[in-house]
Design a protein around this ligand. Sequence first.
Ligand SMILES: [Zn+2]
Length: 520
Amino acid sequence: MNENHNFKVGLYIRLSRDDGNLESDSIVSQRSLLNQYVKENNYHVIEEYVDDGYTGTNFERPAFQRMVKDMELEKINMVITKDMSRLGRDYIGTGELIEKYFPNHHIRYIAINDGIDTFLDNTNNDIAPFKAIMNDMYAKDISKKVKTSLHSKMKDGLYVSGRCPFGYRKDPSNKNHLIINEEQASTVQFIFDLALKGNTYHFIAQELTKRKIKIPASYYHYAWNTKSKNKCISKDLGVWVDTTIKAILTNQMYVGDSVQGKTKKINYKLKKTIKNHPKDYIIVSNTHDAIIDRDTFQYVQTLLPKNVKRPEKKRFYLLDGLLYCGDCHHRIGIRYQNKTGRSYTTCDYYRTYSKYHVCTTHNNNYETLEKVILENLKEVCRKYLDKNKIKDSIGNIQLDDHLVRIRKQIENLELTNQKLIESIDHTYIDLLKEFIDKEQYIRVRKNLKKEMEKNQTTIDCLKKEQSFENQFHHQEIEKYVDDFLSIENFTRKLIVNLVERIDIYQDKRIDILFTFQNTP
Ligand SMILES: [Zn+2]
């Protein structure tokens, strides 16, 4: 009791609107609680500090500042509050106060309702919630320090990741330096070779699996096996997946540059990482030996989007595949934009090499463009085109396989018959020259005639079929053209048959090249 009496106590009371309307938090009830406590424990109160109407999220409070001054002047050496939140709601600031300031100034602090007493053993369970906050703070601080040091290493081009990119291993003489792993590197080269040939990720993955080439994970699993209990897993992991192929083909590490800082931890508390924006990657050139030369790598990067086998097209565009850039003559692509719910066109060449300014955007709202082009098509057709000419030209283009086959067959049979007639003539000459007798001549002639008649029957049949097909075919074309000239709705088939290509210029000029313009 006497010991307690040696403490010069300051009672701190705080109330603010953000504390809510709890009666127990009122100045009166805080004061009565504190007074009861000091009386029971025989503490000697020097001063009472009251901040009425001040938030706990900072320490800019007059009574609190006065109390700090009194601590500095050693007027008081003990502070008692109802609970920790009276002292402050800023855990970090409050933590500083309790873990650093108070001990440094030999101040004893008690938060009655929280069971905190800084003069008791620090491992006391009562102080645990507080410790947690402190640990939190330290953890944050430490994590920040580690991050900055890794960052500076990355900027120096030192390899800091624990795991090497596939194709490399750590230099035994320098753990921040990569050297080539020959076995894996040859796989990397093989993958690039396949990509150069225009293969899709999927094809490459299948090819590697087929050839029983070891997948990257199998190497890592091997290393982990000493720790892992699942030793048998690695044996089954022989299947290459598309994403692995993609990751390898787009990894700039293979040209000898170190690319780091691709991910960052979102919080020091969580293991979870998020991807950094590529502009935030830390790239240092020529930090290790290249597996793929720069030109090849760059070329593969431009190739990859085209290698990707397009999934079933989500949207159908009437003019798809017909649009070309009038300025650079590459294709104009149509893309659906989720954000706006509209489709836009862009010059593919511009899009692929946008940073080299090889072309301009040729950006148009697709729907508008389509409307304009269709109106144009219709108008041109109505005004300038002879219906019969269109029919003929479409007819030529549309001559389908079946009709072509029939025509070929007829031609062949007619040619054969022509030769048979020649043979009969020859045989007759042989008769005249007395190489053969009359009997022989009649027999040969009969056989040849029979052959010719058989052929002629086939020709007649084929011609019937041909005329029927042609008629049907022409009816179809007639319908197309009529449709086209009259209807509101175009069909894709019709447009493809009529239009060779459409050139779009940056200045919004449009050239339509019709298929029949080429027909003599
Ligand atoms: Zn272009």
